[in-house]
Ligand binder design. Sequence first.
Ligand code: ADP
Ligand code: CIR
Length: 344
Amino acid sequence: MIDFPNFSENSHSLLSKFLTKSVFEELKNKKTTKNNSLQQVIASGVAHQDSHIGVYAGDKESYTIFSSLFDPIIKEYHGFSKHQKHNSNTDITQFSGSNPDVENKYIISTRIRVARNIANYPLGTIISNEERKEVEKRIVSALCELKNELSGSYYPLYNMPQKTQAQLIEDHFLFKEGDRFLSSAGLNNDWPNGRGIFHNKEKTFLVWVNEEDQLRIISMQKGGNIKEVFARLIKAVKEIEKVITFSKSDRLGYITSCPTNLGTAMRASVHIFLPKLSADMKKLKSITNHHHLQIRGVNGEHSESKNSVFDISNQRRLGVTEIEAINDLYKGITALIKAEKEKI
Ligand code: ADP
Ligand code: CIR
């Protein structure tokens, strides 16, 4: 039995906004078939009052059993109502953009990732040590079948030299260790067991294993060629999907630990140098808001931007197709570069 959590006045998380007393009463004794509870769902947001969202699902069923909490959060973040159904479209011939920075003056690198989890397993917050290892084994065996540009090697975290790990993180290829939001959700349990990274020689195709989601499939390269990065990603996802069935819902698309990633589960980002606009954050934010883009720092979520370099990506992942999401990025980045050039 849990008590209604105390949220401080300064807490602006979607959890504190939507966990009303009546929603709490409705959900407090509910459990999913895999035994996920409200306490588990809200643990991170209760521990960290500075959370933006504050909730994580423990399995696919969490999104229906605890829908009175998840649905309003999903609506507020993605603008996706409980009557809507998510649709996918990865047909690259329908993407009319390509590279918003052909002069190669502003975009440092482009990265597109999707999150995936394997059907019928618990998600990372409540998975057991044994099941996590099983998931790792299945993913690695699927990845080892990839050919040509996508072929690579798997590097488990448990025997990775500290120096290699630090360098991979610094170069933006590997997840950080010890994220406090993930820790409180249970997503760092049994660390570093079952965690690792697969990548090709050029590090243009990478897969994170058992971080926030069981797979984070990543395509990245220097410069701003969004189309090339997207094409590589979609090719890889299709190959992996021949071997592994991903967790998916008719309504919510791909199932992820955090509700912000549902649907396409895709974050398409550029690292972009905007020295003039960085002195006018109001203008920068008005452009990103207009194009449904999110600004992060150069070291990923919860980091600061440095030397006028920003990580800019699609905010909406659910209720938009993959093509719409990369179009948001393409158009928004084109508008930002135009505004940067016009600034004196
Ligand atoms: P995620 O993208 O999986 O949601 P993060 O925001 O923490 O997670 O980013 C993961 C890593 O990817 C960080 O090191 C971040 O700097 C790096 N990254 C994100 N976008 C780009 C990009 N366009 N170019 C290079 N690195 C990037
Ligand atoms: C939080 O609630 O702040 C963390 N659990 C991270 C939420 C996901 N981030 C996001 O805004 N896309």
